[in-house]
Design a protein around this ligand. Structure first.
Ligand code: GLA
Length: 529
């Protein structure tokens, strides 16, 4: 009885507590989230830097709308805020429909990002699902002005900069971005310099070890750019790379932020050029990124933007290769890239380690070849060879096509762990010799039919390189006639060498024919006998 009483009482106590808590549960006075927020997320590379994402939140009762602030257009958000708990998603715009008659696959829709969290002590404690799993961020209120790009600074008056005498043949080296992204650090760069030498890459001509985005921290009290925790001593790293007989490159943006959201050179161009020179830097990739939010992207404005850093680099009197990265805007190849001091300029958006990307970029470049010349090269982006997303045939196409185009050969794989197959592609000296031909003459199309492309590039000694490419999904026959060779070769007996088989091959009468594997290439050098 006693026990029953106790149990019953206990039950009623619990019940009444539940009831009571339900009755007096503090209903959160709904906080007003309306306004601007800076959501700071630690960069995945744990280098103590943060990425700022700005939101304009509009709240109506429990409904959240507004935008993730992007220029020129924000990405709408939609969600709820109730009892201190917030949930919202970004609603990326539908991708543009492919133009009528286009056979290109439709662009995939952008991923929507989900944010969940709570409002605590004036801050939004959020988690979101990013590419690297769940990411925690903290949102703080900011003014509208803080979400806006800075006002433009005056740009220099245009003038044609002198040729710096560098890059007489397309630059060759390695860059961290394609393989490492934000995970590049001092140890991996040193490792890459070691491997560049031990693998034979440096002997094959690869000389630049280029650190891409995410090395930056911020600025010291004097406004000097500083490197983050991943790069404790840039000067010592440059000395190390030089001690291997190699050269070292670095990356920045004319905008306040780089493409990965790190510190850019905006307003510090001259100072940064001096810092790079003091560190011993030999190559700068200068990536437009957030400067697009500040200035227009017409040719004259872009020329002035790039000239500013070009001038600053030349003023250091250190030979620094100047690599323009503005994705081919305002036809950089038509002259202003060179005038601004550029040794090479990106002609397209970013490559990825997929056949579709490499194929689309590579074969769209042939018409630009006449614009390149020693010291001033078209750059269809870095190599993906050895990164694993394409077949060996596709990587041989990549190497052959980039060499016929006289594109910079900037490897983007992990040089420390290359397979023999990757080495045989990146270090095919006969193919590299085409890329590095000392008297640049542009590649031209001999024929383009149903996915079979035949390209020819004249070489300095009167011979020619001919690439027969098969862009289709099945093996196919490709051919060209002797009559399509330059007159210096048509009347003569010629010898043909297959640069991937490293062997002689023959014409069949007045025609050369070969079966080319799907996405593959037959690359020949043809010379007088
Ligand atoms: C841009 C460039 C890339 C790389 C990244 C780094 O996307 O085109 O090559 O440098 O920025 O953030």
């Amino acid at each position: 009885m006693h026990r029953l009483f106790r149990a019953t009482t206990g039950f009623f106590v619990v019940l009444s507590c539940v009831f009571f808590v339900g009755m007096v549960r503090p209903s959160f006075a709904q906080t007003d989230l309306n306004g601007y927020w800076d959501v700071r997320t630690p960069n995945p590379s744990l280098d103590e830097t943060f990425r700022d994402t700005y939101f304009e939140i509009q709240q109506s009762g429990e409904t959240i709308s507004g935008a993730l602030i992007r220029r020129p257009n924000g990405i709408p958000i939609t969600g709820t805020f109730k009892d201190g708990v917030i949930h919202f998603v970004t609603v990326p715009p539908a991708p543009p429909a492919p133009p009528a008659g286009s056979t290109a696959p439709p662009r995939p829709a952008q991923r929507s990002i989900t944010y969940d969290g709570t409002y605590e002590n004036g801050k939004l404690m959020l988690t979101s699902q990013g590419r690297n799993g769940t990411v925690a961020s903290v949102g703080e209120r900011v003014t509208k002005e803080a979400t806006m790009p800075p006002a433009p600074l005056p740009l220099p008056a245009l003038k044609d900069l002198p040729d710096n005498g560098l890059a007489r043949t397309p630059p060759m080296g390695w860059n961290s971005w394609n393989k490492f992204g934000g995970r590049v650090d001092d140890a991996s760069v040193r490792g890459m310099a070691d491997a560049m030498v031990s693998s034979g890459m440096s002997k094959a001509g690869y000389v630049y070890i280029n650190i891409d985005d995410t090395w930056e921290l911020g600025r010291d009290a004097n406004g000097n750019i500083t490197s983050n925790k991943k790069f404790p001593d840039m000067k010592a790293l440059a000395d190390y790379v030089h001690s291997k007989g190699l050269r070292i490159g670095i990356y920045s943006s004319p905008g306040p932020k780089t493409c990965a959201g790190y510190e850019g050179s905006f307003g510090h161009e001259g100072q940064d050029a001096k810092t790079y020179a003091a560190w011993g830097i030999d190559y700068l990739k200068y990536d437009l990124c957030s400067d697009l939010d500040i200035y227009k992207d017409d040719a004259l404005t872009l020329q002035a933007i790039y000239q500013e850093m070009g001038q600053a680099l030349q003023a250091t009197h250190r030979p620094i290769v100047y690599s323009l990265c503005e994705y081919g805007r305002a036809a950089v190849w038509t002259g202003w890239g060179e005038k601004s001091g550029g040794n090479l300029w990106r002609t397209t958006g970013d490559i990825s380690d997929r056949w579709e990307s490499m194929d689309r970029i590579g074969f769209s470049q042939i018409k630009l070849a006449p614009y390149a010349k020693p010291g001033h090269w078209n750059d269809p982006d870095m190599l993906e060879i050895g990164n694993g997303g394409m077949t060996a045939d596709e990587y041989r196409t990549h190497m052959s096509l980039w060499s016929l185009l006289a594109a910079p050969l900037i490897a983007g794989n992990d040089l420390r762990t290359m397979t023999d197959e990757t080495k045989s592609i990146l270090m095919n000296d006969e193919v590299i010799a085409i890329d590095q031909d000392p008297e640049y003459k542009p590649v031209a199309s001999l024929s383009s039919d149903g996915g079979i492309e035949v390209l020819m590039r004249p070489l300095h000694d009167g011979s020619v390189a001919v690439g027969l490419f098969n862009r289709t999904a099945a093996p196919a026959e490709a051919q060209f006639a002797r009559s399509s060779l330059p007159t210096s070769l048509t009347g003569k007996r010629v010898k043909l060498r297959d640069l991937w088989k490293h062997d002689a091959v023959a014409m069949d009468g007045d025609t050369f024919k070969a079966t080319v594997p799907s996405h593959g290439v037959v690359l020949l050098e043809i010379s007088a006998h």
